[in-house]
Design a protein around this ligand. Structure first.
Ligand code: MTE
Length: 321
């Protein structure tokens, strides 16, 4: 169930109707805030079943975070650039783990959604992800609001996990079960899919922290713009702060763009460069670097530099005529 992406609009918060929907399994709906419960089980001192009211009674956090799909797990190096920036409200998973009391042998936290279906040749599978306990304590929120409204059914109503610094695949929708365990789960969505070998490494690891990336949004790809001074702009993001974005027009040098700081939340950062576009067709590329020193590759990976084509025209006349 993959829905086509609308082009992400050039606004800081992506309107809910523009946020992509990625649901691998067919059956999810029917969940209701009045009957929803979350169980916390496995290696815990006090197994729990929380309802929606109890969840809302726990401390809430509000944060803005990039929500990015890793891409098709069967084609992990193909860029899809399905990326949005969302304002979430939720309860830190740590609060719920605290109530249940992880036993000393607990090392991993499994997060499971209520949806079931068929994917990649397996039938009747659930959507399950996992994180080491220490990361689950600091990285995961149980979100129930998105851009100021209750989650919509396709986005995980009534409660989903959100791991703000990680790819969207880790943010389990329709969350109903948390398990503490000594081991990672062997599962379609944990050990078979959504794993990758990072550059310079030999072992596959789970897809978790976001890569450094950027996307040009203005002017839109394929646009015709007036020749002369233009603003080339977009957003850059990473699991850490982005520290530089450069733009290259045609075969010109990479030029530093102006870049907003990230602020307290892992949101995206706007960049812009004033550039004099000569009449004619142009190729425009952007490349981000983050505070960990990672730079977007020119090609060959899912976070390769983004490239758009624009045409600069003189006073309404198509260029080059
Ligand atoms: N959670 C469940 N239960 N089932 C799913 O199929 N898809 C994951 C993640 N959580 C998924 C899920 C993937 S691959 C992504 S990118 C995000 O949800 C997408 O969230 P969205 O549809 O709200 O944008």
């Amino acid at each position: 169930m993959f829905r086509t992406d609308p082009e992400t609009p050039d606004v800081f918060l992506t309107p809910v109707e523009e946020v992509f929907i990625r649901s691998h399994l067919a059956r999810h709906s029917g969940l209701d805030a009045d009957t929803w419960t979350l169980t916390v089980e496995g290696l815990v001192e006090r197994p729990l079943r929380l309802d929606f009211r109890a969840l809302q009674g726990l401390p809430q956090r509000r944060f803005t975070a990039v929500h990015e799909c890793f891409g098709n797990p069967l084609r992990p190096t193909v860029p899809t650039r399905a990326v949005t920036n969302v304002d979430w409200v939720g309860v830190p998973l740590a609060e719920v783990l605290e109530l249940a009391g992880p036993r000393p042998e607990a090392r991993h936290v499994w997060l499971e959604g209520a949806d079931r279906g068929d994917f990649a040749g397996e039938s009747g599978v659930s959507y399950l992800k996992d994180l080491p306990l220490e990361e689950a304590r600091t990285e995961v929120f149980l979100a129930h609001r998105m851009n100021g409204e209750a989650l919509r059914p396709d986005h995980g109503y009534p409660v989903r996990a959100v791991a703000p610094r990680m790819f969207g695949t880790n943010s389990v929708k329709w969350l109903t079960r948390v398990v503490l365990a000594a081991e990672r789960p062997e599962h379609l969505f944990t050990t078979r899919l959504y794993t990758r070998v990072l550059p310079g490494e030999s072992e596959a690891r789970p897809v978790r922290e976001k890569d450094v990336s950027s996307k040009l949004l203005s002017p839109p790809d394929g646009a015709t713009v007036p020749a002369g001074a233009a603003e080339l702009a977009g957003y850059a993001w990473s699991s850490t702060e982005v520290t530089a974005v450069e733009i290259a027009v045609d075969d010109g040098d990479w030029q530093p763009a102006e870049l907003d700081g990230r602020g307290p939340h892992p949101s995206w950062q706007r960049f812009r460069l004033r550039y004099d576009l000569a009449p004619g067709p142009h190729r425009v590329r952007c490349r981000a670097t983050d505070s960990a020193g990672r730079v977007q590759p020119l090609d060959g990976d899912r976070n390769a530099v983004h490239e758009i084509r624009v045409t600069a025209a003189v006073s309404g006349r198509p260029a080059g005529r």
